[in-house]
Write a protein that binds this ligand. Structure first.
Ligand code: ZN
Ligand code: ZN
Length: 552
């Protein structure tokens, strides 16, 4: 079919210098929900992401550990691949920024922009540590904030008073690696002419409809302050080479090259299909281009990436921005350095991936910061997943299995109650689908769990366990109606909690699903049902909090 809507979904690229934590999952899950939903509704989806493997933090750490940077970057890349697979992320391609393909695409972009005069060389005064014998990126210089006089301000920003700083302004600056006072040296670098795009962005950004509020507000604020040209190369050996002679000791900055990964990953995907041009329809004409990422990534996707794409020409700019707010843990800021985090590999060792997905969707930082607490995690899992949805499915299928064997019973005439819940089931596809496409995932999952809740109320009222003593047909009607709700729930939950969705659909032997209501016919067989979710023991709350406190 050629008239299918092409939808490119880009999930932000996690930095390969440490394990994934719940904050990553919360920021990225929206991309997977959209990819799964749009595939189920018959669109052509290309969902790509990868590991961001370059940059100073990895280089510095590699030096400390005495290993090549690629060793650290690949270690975490492998871990990310495993985590995303277990969490059910349905990427069409999950790659990394150290591929030859990515390097080539980035260098093409660089040269194209350089030829147009939108990348230019200029001398810069930069902090250099005489002891480490390296130029220091902003984050590797600390000192006293010139504004509020607090120690520990970074070269780019003071966390205490929020002032944006220039490294040269810091009082008593020190190299963060060794503590030596840096000296300032001249170094020639390439700059992206962001100022050139200010007028365009000021006109384009307010017209965008599909952006989350935080993306729109934050971007408007940055544009108001005006855009300055930004250096896109730095003095390091770990990164993509500058495709111009005379700059061998410098590399392209991560913030410039990682976003180009959306294009290079699309090309890599097309090459793997043996159809090298297959990526183009996802980036041109009427294709939708959606990006899912956390708050800290907003300016890269709403200013820098659109500017780079505009400069390159011929490729779609972002049409939808699904950006989240921050996640806190037990009412404290997540901190990877202080180990105040729930790490994905640890979580997956002990718990069901669907329960984490459910939590970060239902309690997630969609419109404001969200807190993860083990207490709330237990309540949502035991309450919504085990108690409402899992319970509805299991009690109905078990009851049918026990009283009618492994076949969906044949219904009699429907009364108003039956018709009402069947209509609610059919309507859920439209309501939830609309909410998903608008990026309102929490409202969508509430709608779907609400349908399961309605199912429980319906079956409690009908009481097939009493009906069956009086009329086999009345009980059969109730159970047939419930089976329709169950089949639909198996599909409606697929974008959100795919593991349990698959178990349910396999149990009722349904495949080739689409995002619409279809009947589960009377007489169709199903397997002996098993509970979809495991109830969590209350003792995990104390255990997990103790683990957290011990680790910090
Ligand atoms: Zn140093
Ligand atoms: Zn300050």
């Amino acid at each position: 079919m050629t008239d299918k809507q092409k939808i490119l979904i880009g999930g932000a690229w996690p930095y390969a210098n440490g394990s994934l934590h719940i904050g990553h999952v919360a920021a990225l899950i929206g991309g997977d929900i959209l990819a799964r939903y749009y595939r189920l509704s018959g669109n052509d989806v290309l969902y790509v992401s990868g590991s961001d493997q370059h940059g100073t933090p990895i280089a510095v750490r590699a030096e400390k550990e005495g290993v090549p940077p690629s060793k650290i970057a690949d270690r975490y890349h492998r871990e990310f691949v495993r985590d995303f697979t277990e969490l059910g992320f349905s990427y069409d391609l999950y790659t990394k920024t150290t591929t030859d393909n990515h390097e080539k695409v980035v260098q093409d972009f660089f040269l194209s922009l350089h030829n147009k005069g939108l990348i230019y060389a200029k001398s810069q005064t930069l902090p250099h540590c005489p002891n480490c014998r390296r130029f220091l990126p902003d984050r590797y210089v600390e000192g006293i904030c010139p504004v509020c006089k607090t120690p520990g301000a970074r070269g780019d920003q003071c966390d205490e008073c929020g002032s944006l700083l220039d490294t040269t302004e810091l009082l008593n600056p020190q190299c963060k690696i060794c503590g030596t006072t840096p000296e300032f040296r001249e170094s020639e670098h390439f700059f992206l002419k962001l100022s050139h795009f200010e007028d365009f962005l000021k006109e384009w950004v307010p017209k965008q409809k599909g952006w989350r509020q935080n993306a729109a507000n934050f971007t408007r604020g940055l544009l108001k302050k005006g855009l300055k040209d930004r250096p896109i190369t730095r003095d390091t050996q770990w990164g993509i080479k500058i495709p111009i002679e005379g700059y061998d000791d410098k590399r392209i900055y991560v913030w410039f090259e990682a976003v180009i990964g959306y294009v290079s990953a699309s090309i890599e995907w097309a090459n793997a299909q043996d159809n090298p041009d297959a990526w183009i329809p996802f980036w041109t004409n009427g294709a939708k281009n959606i990006y899912a990422h956390g708050k800290d990534n907003i300016p890269f996707h709403t200013i820098i990436w659109p500017a780079i794409l505009k400069a390159k020409g011929g490729l779609n700019l972002p049409s939808q921005i699904v950006s989240t707010e921050y996640v806190t843990l037990e009412r404290k800021q997540l901190s990877t350095s202080r180990n105040w985090a729930v790490w994905v590999p640890n979580f997956l060792e002990n718990y069901d991936p669907d329960t984490l997905r459910y939590y970060v969707i239902n309690n997630g930082p969609e419109t404001s910061d969200a807190d993860f607490t083990w207490q709330e995690y237990l309540e949502r899992t035991n309450g919504d997943l085990v108690g409402v949805y899992g319970n509805f499915v299991h009690r109905i299928l078990s009851f049918i299995f026990k009283n009618f064997g492994d076949k969906i019973p044949t219904p009699g005439d429907f009364d108003e109650e039956d018709k009402k819940i069947l209509k609610a089931t059919k309507d859920s596809f439209k309501t939830a689908g609309q909410l998903i496409s608008e990026g309102k995932f929490r409202a969508a999952i509430k709608e779907i769990i609400g349908l399961a809740r309605l199912g429980n109320q319906y079956v409690d009222k009908k009481a097939p366990w009493s009906q069956i003593k009086v009329s086999q047909e009345a009980a059969a009607t109730t159970l047939w109606v419930c089976a329709q709700v169950i089949r639909s729930l198996g599909i409606l939950t697929q974008p959100f909690i795919p593991r349990s969705s698959q178990v349910l659909l396999e149990t009722i032997k349904v495949s080739n699903i689409e995002w619409r209501f279809e009947e589960l016919p009377a007489g169709s067989t199903f397997k002996e049902p098993k509970p979809l979710f495991q109830r969590l023991d209350k003792k995990i709350i104390e255990e997990e909090i103790a683990k957290l406190e011990k680790a910090t």
